[in-house]
Design a protein around this ligand. Structure first.
Ligand code: 5AD
Ligand code: SF4
Length: 457
């Protein structure tokens, strides 16, 4: 029995795909690279924007052709898109056999046994499900909570993943230990909004801890004591990113100084229409506190451009905020209208050309700021986790504790290395292993500007 599993979307989906593959392996499936060779193809989907939905649509079209030619192919649609009316229409159109929403992935084995099956429940057993560690990996994800209690008006996630549910801390710790035993050196704690781990219902700043659950700050300290060299977490919501969390990061050496804090817009008017629950000033105060306690931290964000009603003045506010924070990097998106969200129901989408024009300007600014930020690292020692070969000849690829993408001279083994930063571009740091012979040959032959003036600070 041969399966092919495709993942569209975020790290939560990667984690779920790993869980699904572990279940399939448990009933005797092997995995094939080419879906033409598979008896079972599972598509784990994302619905956050139109693009991943189109991708799933195209792929399902190809699978339908294979199925029509061969007859004996089982197709499964899983994840966020499967949960939505849009995905269920696609399921019928492309003759999909198995449909499982993101809360029903634990039903994969009985679904395969039945051959044709669907479930869109949020199964409570998922809260207690722990997949086995991945084999031979140096990095791994660990989902600590699922769902989201916020109701950002543009966002489909509350509809697809439901309300927040936190996993018990003991299970998280046990999973972290098993990852460590399997040789993993970097673990990323995952959730739609990890900062509200272990909190009771609702949103905002006044939520109480659930009985028996630590706060997110306490959880960071607990997982930090397991002994894994690098600990990360994504994603955060500014309203829940309280001082206790910043202090826990500062006190816990294992936690990487990398904070992804989605702002979405710099305009209070737009933030209000997005129902983000904070103002520009509140956000900037969080940044101020982060900079105070974690001066070297990398700060990244998500920004949506062209939200309904966004004026040029609103957009300028995003640009000025970007300049003020000096983000190391950003994920920037055109607003994408999602069926059934409050923004789609109540607001009118603005012209695509206007969105794209603004996005181009924002990307241009982000490149300038990223270059300036990255150049600050030139001449400094950094810790690099090498994952393997890179797309550039003569360099291996890795990332720093601050999550900068690193191109490392030579071919060091996967794992953690100390290195010197010798050159920076807007999205990469070029490094040399510390103690390695000082050869700039490789960089010269690639005609990159070699060695910045502040090589030795
Ligand atoms: N359109 C564009 N971007 C979106 N995001 C979420 N919903 C939408 C949408 N409808 C972005 C947000 C979020 C990231 C994961 O995706 O910036 O932080
Ligand atoms: Fe979507 Fe907002 Fe929840 Fe993030 S916080 S998943 S953007 S609703």
């Amino acid at each position: 029995m041969r399966a092919h599993v495709v993942t569209f979307g975020c790290q939560m989906n990667e984690y779920d795909t790993h869980a699904i593959q572990s279940e399939l392996a448990g009933i005797g499936y092997s995995f094939v690279e080419d879906y033409h060779d598979a008896d079972l193809v599972l598509v784990n989907t994302c619905a956050v924007r139109g693009k991943p939905v189109e991708k799933a649509n195209t792929f399902l079209g190809e699978l339908r052709k294979v199925k029509q030619q061969r007859g004996n192919l089982t197709i499964g649609l899983m994840g966020c898109l499967a949960q939505l009316p849009e995905g269920q229409r696609m399921g019928r159109k492309f003759n999909v056999d198995i449909m499982l929403g993101p809360g029903a992935i634990t039903e994969i084995v009985p679904a395969i046994e039945k051959g044709r099956f669907q479930s869109f429940e949020f199964k409570s057993e998922l809260q207690f499900y722990s997949p086995p560690p991945p084999q031979g990996a140096v990095t791994a994800n660990l989902t600590i909570m699922r769902g989201c209690n916020h109701r950002c008006t543009y966002c489909i996630v509350p509809a697809t993943r439901g309300d927040e549910v936190s996993r018990p801390a003991a299970d998280i710790l046990a999973e972290a230990r098993s990852l460590q035993d399997a040789g993993v050196v970097e673990v990323t704690l995952l959730g739609q909004n990890v900062n509200s781990y272990g909190l009771d219902a609702g949103t905002g700043t006044r939520r109480k801890s659930l009985a028996g659950y630590p706060s997110f700050g306490e959880l960071l300290r607990m997982v930090g004591r397991v002994g894994i060299p690098r600990l990360r977490f994504v994603t955060s919501h500014p309203i829940n990113f309280d001082d206790e969390i910043i202090e826990a990061i500062a006190d816990t050496p294992a936690v990487c100084r990398y904070i992804h804090l989605p702002v979405q817009s710099g305009s209070n008017r737009v933030l209000k229409r997005m129902a983000r629950e904070y103002t520009r000033e509140y956000y900037l105060d969080r940044v101020r506190r982060i900079r105070e306690l974690l001066p070297d931290a990398t700060l990244t964000t998500d920004i949506i451009v062209g939200f309904p009603g966004e004026t040029e003045e609103d957009f300028q506010e995003t640009l000025t905020l970007y300049n003020e924070v000096e983000y190391d990097a950003a994920y920037m998106f055109n607003y994408s209208e999602r069926e059934g969200t409050p923004a789609a129901i109540h607001f009118d989408d603005i012209a695509k050309a206007a969105k794209t024009e603004r996005l181009t300007r924002l990307i241009e600014l982000s490149k300038q700021v990223s270059l300036k930020q990255n150049q600050k690292w030139v001449g400094r020692e950094v810790e690099v986790l090498i994952k393997g070969a890179s797309d550039e000849e003569g360099f291996a690829q890795g990332h720093t504790r601050g999550n900068h993408v690193v191109m490392m001279e030579g071919s060091p083994a996967p794992g953690i290395h100390q290195a010197l930063v010798i050159h920076a571009t807007p999205n990469r740091l070029y490094c040399r292993l510390s103690g390695a012979a000082a050869t700039t040959q490789m960089l010269k032959s690639r005609s990159l500007p070699v060695l910045q003036t502040n090589l030795v600070q």
